[in-house]
Design a protein around this ligand. Sequence first.
Ligand code: 5GP
Ligand code: MG
Length: 459
Amino acid sequence: MCGITGVFAPGRDAARLAYFALYALQHRGQESAGIAAADGGTIRSHKAMGLLSAIFDEDILSDLSGHIAVGHTRYSTTGSSIVVNAQPLLERTELGDFAFAHNGNLTNTDDLRATLSPTTVLQATSDSEVMAKLIVESKGTMLDRIAAVLKVARGAYSIVLCTQDELYAFRDPWGVRPLCIGTLPDGGYIVASESCAFGPVGAQYLREVERGEILRITGKGLESHRTSVESAIPALCMFEYIYFSRPDSKLDERSIYMARYAMGRQLAKEHPIEADVVMAVPDSAVAGGIGYAAESGLPYVEGLIKNRYIGRTFISPDQKMRSRDVHLKFNPVVENLRGQRVVVVDDSIVRGTTTPRIVALLREAGAREVHLRITSPPIKHPCYLGVDMATYDELIAANYTVEEIRAKTGADSLGYLSLAGLMTAIGREREEMCVGCLTGEYPNVPATHQTRVLAKAEI
Ligand code: 5GP
Ligand code: MG
């Protein structure tokens, strides 16, 4: 995962707008962040490890002058978490410089790397750099080069790219990772991974960037260039709906909040239970919890309060504290739990490390019964397209039955949303989404790549 944004704002400081957009996308990656800005001539950039608020200040942003910018927040899935892998990447061609920011994972990086000139030196370890080098080594205009890369690159890639005087945005032919475009209030455009980035800069949502589409934004306005997507099946990532996207974003005009609310209602239909209260694990499951409560007629309560400042801690707790690490993140609201039969709605169980701790915490706080309800089906297969779940070993539902998982979590009952129920709630067809982590059928990932990734990960 990652968050990306591109800004074309004549007469304004694009880097500042990109900063506020990235701030709204911080949930998509907390490892590193960067912004590159172009003023028609020079491209300047700044990137570092850590959270946006720690990386940028007034002085740094003022140095990034210019009306065009691209920005990135990184969540590493391929390539190590080190600063050379931070983005935007800066590259040089005969046409001039460009800056490049990528969300997604390629699935044919090794094959693509093999087509690069033997004299090309790769500094980073990421698939993103291979893609940027392909653009460097292609021929023709920037548009020609991007179109050439779209023909050969497989996997997931939503990309923003700025040259010295133009902004480009494009999406892979499968449309795995989201990307949308909005209009800025004083003219110009903003592209972002999610529409929640538009509010802070006063932008209006225009539409999704289509799969296989290349947008080119210049002083003359917006152009759309469609490349062939005939051989590609639509494969928007289902996990964007379950967990990744912010609830205040929309995808194809569908509100993530309302999709999660509908998942909660559907879950209550599929797995009703006699109980006193419904709560959600904050923040990602809240809309689902409210939906479950509405459908079941039970009151919705806050059973856990999340520390808003915890994010990803860079200081790891010592061994004694580690067993209590769920307490660093959550405190129970004892008054809502004591003596109650509690339905706990969460969005997913991935590795199964968090959930047993939450169940234990609720019992310590006095809950009489704990009924776990999950707004996704069991996650049984790895993701090769950008979500951080790489191996069968680490996925609890790949190795245990629902009843075994219930026992491991310590809950009194456990119910997962069905795949059909999930699709009904989202309002989409299964054939237009990637549900590989649920079914093991990936519309977009060559079998050779799957075995290669697993072989590497299991060493
Ligand atoms: P686990 O079962 O892996 O211990 O944790 C599941 C919890 O992690 C769920 O509450 C879910 O909201 C959250 N979660 C799901 N996917 C991700 C992810 O990709 N990254 C992070 N940081 N949390 C996730
Ligand atoms: Mg969660």
